[in-house]
Design a protein around this ligand. Structure first.
Ligand code: FNR
Length: 364
């Protein structure tokens, strides 16, 4: 199926599902326990209603913004997701090519199927990346990876994922087997050896606010973003000046970690209610279940500066390599612009609570 004929994220998922192996599909699709959080991530956006204003000139509409000072053509970025080569041989480099042509930011997973050096190799001078870290129980392995990241000028910030101190129970993965075997078969021995140095040994379950952030500060001067914040209490702590955190990502790992944990929309509403100062102190990004431009707009209205997509770029890659990823981003951009125009808004920073009605969500 030519990717330009696909019209939305659901169609990409359908095509991707047919193209990749059952094991790869299970790895991309799977989420914890009963998939309640995974489904709710998408559904919660449907309960937020939009409040369009009329008689506003909507000729101009421009999505340009910045994430931690890095210019980007859209408030949408690619979330870190492991094992892109399961979807397509071009892997994370294919996603990078798409982000380059669309002018957006890609966060590279700690468990990527290619090395960070390979992924940024063809980056343009103005292209920005983040790199996501899982602190390993063998800290020296993480320190060695951070040292490599410090040397890559395209990587502008470091994202520390905190919602997976232990793996969630993902039954589809258990049913269909270990995807790493499949990747080992695909990778050339040389690239595998390089990758193996970054490969994930075991998660360090001992992380704490003070110890781990101080350790990280000793090993990098890159800005730190914390991923997997799910309560207003943790958002508030992260915003304390002395911790020097620059941003948080409200995320439940696409429902893959703790089932029945809240979607980012709920956490955004909590922060607005109990500690709105967080939005002034640090950047708040969100991910999980974003499948439409209207979802992007609603997250921005609630105070998010950036909106991440995890599975859609993987589906795009599986459906058509870099062109498929480009197409998923283009669809989301077009939908976001259409939504903003219909609301009577020209720029992302004009979006606010006046554009949405969250009554149905507050009753949930
Ligand atoms: C992920 N996610 C993830 N997050 C992370 O911090 N490091 C990682 O290596 C991965 N790997 C990963 C693999 C796959 C296959 C998926 C689907 C997800 C989580 C990801 O960054 C993001 O939080 C969610 O994917 C967002 O939800 P949606 O957009 O997939 O609904």
């Amino acid at each position: 199926v030519p990717v330009h004929t696909l019209l939305n994220m659901d169609e990409f998922e359908e095509v991707a599902t047919k193209k990749i192996s059952k094991k790869a599909w299970a790895y991309y699709y799977s989420a914890a326990d009963d998939l309640i959080t995974k489904r709710f991530n998408t559904e919660v956006f449907r309960s937020i209603l939009l409040r369009p204003r009329v008689f506003i000139d909507c000729t101009e509409c421009n999505l340009n913004t910045s994430l931690l000072g890095n210019p980007t053509s859209m408030p949408i970025y690619v979330s870190p997701a492991a094992q892109a080569r399961l979807g397509h041989p071009s892997g994370e480099a294919g996603i990078s090519e798409a982000c380059q042509s669309m002018g957006t930011i890609q966060i590279i997973s700690n468990s990527a199927s290619m090395t960070p050096e390979q992924i940024v190799a063809n980056a343009s001078p103005n292209q920005s990346f983040g790199w996501q870290l899982y602190v390993q129980d063998n800290r020296s392995r993480s320190e060695a990876m951070i040292a490599r990241i410090n040397n890559l000028s395209a990587i502008k910030f470091l994202v520390l994922t905190l919602d997976t101190p232990v793996m969630g129970k993902r039954e589809d993965d258990q049913r269909f087997g270990n995807v790493i075997d499949e990747l080992t078969e695909q990778a050339s021995p040389e690239s595998w050896k390089q990758r193996d140095k970054q490969a994930f040994a075991g998660m360090d379950p001992t992380l704490t606010w003070t110890e781990t952030l101080a350790w990280l500060a000793r090993h990098t001067s890159l800005p730190i973003v914390l991923k997997g914040v799910q309560t207003h209490e943790d958002a508030y702590i992260a915003s304390l000046h002395r911790l020097q955190v620059k941003g948080i990502i409200l995320s439940n790992h696409g429902g893959r970690s703790l089932d029945t944990s809240p979607p980012a929309v709920h956490t955004l509403l909590e922060i607005r209610k109990y500690c709105p100062e967080v939005f002034d102190r640090i950047e708040v990004w969100v991910d999980g279940g974003v499948r439409r431009g209207t979802d992007v707009v609603k997250a921005l209205c609630l105070g998010a500066k950036g909106v991440g997509i995890g599975r859609p770029p993987l589906w795009g890659l599986a459906a058509g390599g870099a062109d498929g990823v480009k197409r998923t981003l283009q669809i989301l951009v077009d939908e976001t612009k259409t939504c903003m125009r219909l609301l009577g808004v020209q720029r992302p920073d004009q979006l606010g609570m006046q554009h949405i009605n969250t009554r149905l969500v507050e009753q949930q």
